[in-house]
Design a protein. Structure first.
Length: 338
């Protein structure tokens, strides 16, 4: 009997700074269940990180820590390909071809490019502008149908779709046109200090985010300090648009404890923000503690991590080579005789 061909899913996180609870609840956590259904590739996108200035030794450390974190969060290297983007050179090669069909105007309009240009006004480099094209290359190289990401990446996936369709129209059907997979409540976790902005690992205010490596005391302190809303019913734990701070905490509580928002509202009725924030901290700690312990254990076993990365890159390369060869042929490049 012919083996059923599984659809593919691809995603990645940059090894910059500290991975946040937003990255976990919005992206990484949602990857694990996909492994049962799809042929998954999960990548540490180190080349993307270079678009903002990095300290080389820190980048190396962050990259390995992120690999260990993926596994600690439930990515199973037996089921999914786990690899580092720079280990598969086809990513940058395909990005060049896609560059030739991407318009400066559309890249200029990308929200993340505009945000990062504002934040790093002294370093608005070509890589920063090209970032979404490299991301499109990551996805299209593997003919991935699904891309599980947080809300802030939807625009980039839409550009990826546009590039795939443009290439297919110009050179005949080549790429699978991918779709975003968004989790319902985790797709946009907000800053603890500014609950209308997303929780971001590059936030200069460390109290705005919970890092996956924060210890118990830090997690409690940050959640106690979280901005709640100053309204008349100041102690009413309720999810609503006029209470962005409390709603964000309720979201986090619900995702970490498995309790529905409505149930949580009932649970904390009349209890006040202090009790509620402590309960959110307990829920977050119960999720993060086992992940931290497992990540630490894995980082002590470099040989295992290296073997995982080698296997992951070998599997990814096999697929990437096929797609790139097809693309080179379609655009009219002559294959090298070997
Ligand atoms: P930076 O702050 O440097 O822009 P980041 O925190 O956005 O980084 P990325 O590596 O760019 O982190 O994102 C990794 C994944 O995490 C993406 O899928 C992104 O959509 C998701 N993500 C990031 N922040 C959040 C958030 N606050 N809520 C939900 N998902 C998020
Ligand atoms: N831009 C993404 C990271 C990223 C990515 C990808 C996500 C790079 N390449 C491919 C999904 C698929 C971000 O989260 N900032």
């Amino acid at each position: 009997m012919a083996e059923e061909v599984k659809k593919r899913a691809f995603s990645g996180v940059q090894p910059t700074g500290k991975v946040t609870l937003g990255n976990y609840l919005g992206a990484i956590r949602n990857w694990t269940p996909l492994q049962e259904q799809y042929d998954c590739l999960f990548c540490v996108v180190d080349l993307h990180s270079l678009t903002v200035a990095q300290v080389p030794a820190e980048l190396r450390k962050n990259t390995l820590e992120l690999v260990a974190l993926y596994i600690a969060c439930g990515i199973d290297p037996e089921k999914s390909a786990l690899f580092i983007q720079s280990h598969v050179h086809e990513h940058t090669e395909l990005a060049w071809i896609l560059d030739t069909i991407a318009y400066v105007g559309e890249l200029n309009r990308m929200t993340q490019f505009k945000d990062k240009s504002r934040k790093h006004a002294d370093n608005i480099n070509m890589g920063l502008m090209n970032y979404p094209v490299l991301m499109a290359s990551d996805i299209l190289l593997y003919q991935a149908q699904y891309v599980p990401v947080g809300k802030d990446q939807v625009q980039h996936v839409e550009l990826t779709r546009d590039l795939a369709e443009r290439f297919n129209a110009r050179y005949s059907d080549t790429f699978v046109v991918p779709e975003c997979l968004l989790s319902k409540s985790g797709s946009s976790i907000k800053s603890l200090q500014e609950p209308t902005a997303k929780m971001s690992k590059s936030d200069p205010n460390e109290n705005g985010y919970i890092s996956l490596s924060d210890d118990i005391d830090t997690i409690r302190r940050k959640l106690r300090r979280a901005v709640t809303d100053s309204d008349t019913d100041a102690h009413c734990v309720r999810h609503s648009a006029d209470k962005p701070g409390v709603s964000n905490l309720l979201n986090i509580y619900s995702l970490c404890s498995g309790t529905s928002i409505a149930e949580a509202e009932r649970l904390f009725e009349g209890k006040g923000y202090g009790v509620f924030k402590d309960a959110v901290a307990d829920a977050v700690i119960s999720v993060l503690q086992p992940i931290q312990a497992e990540q630490k254990r894995l980082l002590g076993d470099k040989a295992y991590l290296e073997a995982v990365l080698k296997r992951g890159a070998d599997k990814a390369s096999c697929i990437a080579q096929k797609t790139l060869a097809k693309v080179y042929r379609k655009v009219g490049l002559i294959p090298q005789i070997r």
